[in-house]
Write a protein that binds this ligand. Sequence first.
Ligand code: GLA
Length: 342
Amino acid sequence: MNGQAFTVHAPGRVNLIGDHTDYAGGLALPCAIDLGITIRGTQEQGRVELRSDALAGVVAFGLATAINIASMEPQWGRYVAAVAQELNSAQGFTASATSTLPTGAGLSSSAALEIASALALGFTGSPMDLALLGQRAELAAVGVPCGLLDQLSIMFGRAENAMVIDFADNAIDYVKFPEDIDIVILHSGQERHLADSQYAERRASCELAAAQIGPLAHASLDDVATLRGDDQRRARHVVTECERVRQTAMALRNNDPEAVGLLMTQSHMSLRDDFNVSTPVLDELVERLCNLSGVYGARLTGAGFGGCVVALCKRGAVTDPSTITGRGWIVRPSNGARRVDD
Ligand code: GLA
């Protein structure tokens, strides 16, 4: 209906452990966070106009004719346009977007924008369908063949809970997140762009490995030993990372933060040495954090190649994360994307 006011919100996510496992049918342990994107506006037939100071600029396009996604400027508009193309509906909006989520930082700002846009465009399907739509839009917008980690975390997040996601069947198991542990996120200062990164190449390597030894989530290290070269190291990361996710879920349930922290730091080393998606700046930050008193463990989070590091700390051990790298946040696990009643 024209003129109907709406507000929608989509959180970002932080992945506590289990990176580059989703597209291999493995396991991850993320949570939605209390940083995100909010779109407020009114519905309008036939066109979209979204302005944002936080994202910088205004995106405007009509819905009656084919949308040229690749030429859309500013670039963040490509995510909105790709979602509109997927939805193929005449309902648009005039709105503005505010964001507390850093972009290009490994906290799923693009997935949050996709999902908030779909809700603003009146999406009415199931949360799982919305997650799948976001994944397709990511590919259409910037050509990144991402898994479902970001979209599932954003859709199914639950306050004060982390979630164990099994990407073999997208089943989600919630784990209560301890009240006395802080999730500290630090921006490395290196922006990363998945489209220019070697994301697709890593994914292809995992697919080659799986074609030889079967699904990596259930492969053994003996299976991995039969592989050669880079594929062997990529597969070893996925196999050991899935095992670390299982152990982390157990350690969280047993209230053993030291064990969780150790597994996170091991995960970082595997992403650094076997998967080669870390950078010297991320490595240095992880090391610095691990040397602080009250920090259980730290690792890069998301795809890597820059972006953020996540650390778990004793409550209050780090009071102002922005003093460490200039940009940092203490976040809590939060609810997933939603329409907000004004
Ligand atoms: C990005 C992708 C996800 C996932 C992570 C790495 O965030 O969008 O699908 O592969 O990288 O775990």
